[in-house]
Write a protein that binds this ligand. Sequence first.
Ligand code: ATP
Ligand code: MG
Length: 631
Amino acid sequence: TSYTIEESSLQLDAAQYEAVTTTEGPLLILAGAGSGKTRVLTARTAYMVQEKGIDPKSIMLVTFTAKAAREMKERLQRFQLPQAILHALLVGTFHSIFYRILIHHEPERWSSQYLLKYDWQIDRILKEAGAEIGIDEKEFPYDQAMQQISYWKNTLTHYDTVKPSNPWEDKAQYLYKRYEQIKQERSLFDFDDMLYGCYELLRTNEDLLSRYHNRFRYFLIDEFQDVNKVQYKIMQLLSRHTNNICAVGDDDQSIYAFRGSDPSFILHFDKDYPEAKVVTLNQNYRSSHSIVTVANKIIRFNKNRRPKKMQAQFQSPFVPSFFFPYDEEEEATMIVTDIKEKIQKGANPSDFAILYRTHVASRAIFERLSQSALPFIMEHDADSFYQRRVTKSLLAYLRLAMNEDDVGAIRDLMGALFLKQSALQDVKAISILQDCTLVSALGKLTNIQSFQQKKLQKIVPLFRTLRHIEPLAAIEMIEREMGFSDYIKKRGNEGNAMEKGSDDVRDLKVVARKFVSVRDFLAHVDHMIAMNDEMKHLSKTYQDAIQLLTIHRSKGLEYKHVYLLGAVDGSLPHDFALDAFREGDSTPLEEERRLIYVAITRAQETLYVSVPSMRRGRTAYPSRFIKHLLQ
Ligand code: ATP
Ligand code: MG
C-alpha cells in the first residue's frame, strides 16, 4: 500500500509497520529502549487519521511525564497533520487527562484552589493528624509515611482495608485515615486523589462512562511499564466497549515502583487481553552500537525481566567512556569544559543532557553552569539544596550573624532549636518592648524550659563572633558551640529521606570554603536559591539549552551527548537499595539497575559516566553496576 507516512520521510521497519497499521483490537508493543516505540505510537496516530479516516477526537494518547507529553506533541507535528487535527487529538499525562474529566463533571469539588500542590501543605495536615495520636515526627518521618500512603492509594488500597504488617505500617495506616478524613472535612484533595477520584467517578456512573465510550474509541498508552493499578483500571473502563487499547513499554524501564507502578501489568497484558496482538521491536535506532552494548551488559544482571535481543542500527566512532574526578566539584568542571569544547566545534547546547540520581546531586554542576556563560535549563519541583532542612537551619545562624532582625532566619533557627512556634511571637514582642534586635530578644525569652534558656544565653554572644570570621570557620563554630550535630542526629534525615542531613553539612562546607566573607557566601546562596526557583516548574523544554534532569524525568527522551553523574555505590545504586539488599531484598536494587539502564539509553552518540572518588564528602566506590566494565 502506498502510504503517506513513508512519503513524509519517516521510514518504519517491518515490525514497526505492523504495529502502526494494526489499529483495531488490543495491541501490545513490548520492546527495549530506543526501538521506536514512541515513534510507532505517533505514526500509528497519524496513520489512523490520515489513512483510516478515524475521527481524531476519538483518539486518546497518554504518557507519563509532562515533558514526554510535550515531546509527543512535537513529534506529531512532524507528520504535517492539519492544525485542526492536532488540536482534536487528546494528548496528555494521566494526571492532566483525568483531572480534566473531574473538573468537567464536578467543578466545585475539584476546583484547583482545593488542590494540595506542595509538600509543605501535605506536611501540615500530617502533622495535625500525627499530633492527635501522639505520633512524633522525630521518630516517624512523615515524608516516608506519605510515600506509603501514596502507594496505598495508587494500588487502590483503602485505609480500612490496609493490613499493616509491622508497627510502622500500623502508624502509617492511622495517619492515612486521618489524612483522608481531614482532607474531606476541608474539601481538599491531592494529586493521588485525582486518579482515585476519576476511577470512582467512572466506575459508579454508567451514564457518564457511556458518554465517554461514545467519544473515545482508541487508546494509546506510552511507558506502560510504569502504570499503576488505578491508572490501568481507568484505562480499562474507558476502553471497555472497543478494547482498542494499545499498550507500549519496556519492562526494563520500570522505575516508579515507589508510586505503585507495576510492570506485571505490561508483562501480563496478553493474559488480560487474550486476543491481543503482540509486537516486539528489536532494532535500536537511537544509540550507537557501543552504547547499546554497554546498556545490555548492565541490564542483563536483573533476574526479574523479559530477555530481549536489541541490535543497534548505527555505529559511532565514540565508545562510552568513564571518567574519574576527585569529587563533585571536579566532576562539574570537567563536564563544563568538555561541553564548551564540543560547542566550539559546532554542537548545540540542546544536544547535551546531564543526568543524576537525586536533585541534591545536581548542586555542584548547577552552580558551575550558573557561573559559565552556557545556557542551561533544569526542570524540577524541588527546593534548592540551600532550602533543605539542615542547610536552612545552619544558614539561619549565618544570616542572623549578619542581620539580627532577619525574621525568616529567626523562625528557621527556632525550629532548629526545637522551640515552639508561639515563642516566635514572644521574641517579636520582647524586641519591640525592649527595643532590641530579634537575636537579643531570643536571649531574653523566659517562657521556655530552663535548659533551652541556658543554651540561648550561650548562643546569642556567638552571633557577634560569627560575622567576623570566614564562612567555613563560622560553620565549624556553629557545629561545635551550638550543638548542631545533635540537631542533625535528631532531625537530619527527615524531610528528605533520600539524602542524609550530615552530608548536607559537608556539602555546605565545600561551598563555604570558596568564600572569604560570610556576606559573599550568603549572597551566593541567595543567588542560587533564586535561580533554583526560577527554574521550578519550568516547561520551556525546546529552547536551545543544556538539560539538567533527574534520571526519572529523562524517561522517553534522547540526547546526542549524555553525562551521567555520580556512578558510585550509595548514589546509583542508592544507599536505601543497598540496605534493602543487605537485608535480603533485591527488588529495590533491580529498580536501581533499571534506572542506570534508562540513563544510559538516553544517549545517541556519546556517553560519559562519571565515577568520582568522593561523594558528598565521603570516599566513594565505583557503582557495582559498572565495575565489570571498568577493566
Ligand atoms: P524509549 O524506550 O527510550 O522510550 P522508544 O522505543 O520510544 O524509546 P523512540 O524514541 O520512539 O524509541 O525512537 C528512538 C529514536 O529512533 C528516535 O529518534 C526515532 O526517531 C528513531 N527511529 C525509530 N524508528 C526508526 C526507523 N525505523 N528509522 C529511523 N529512525 C527511527
Ligand atoms: Mg519512548
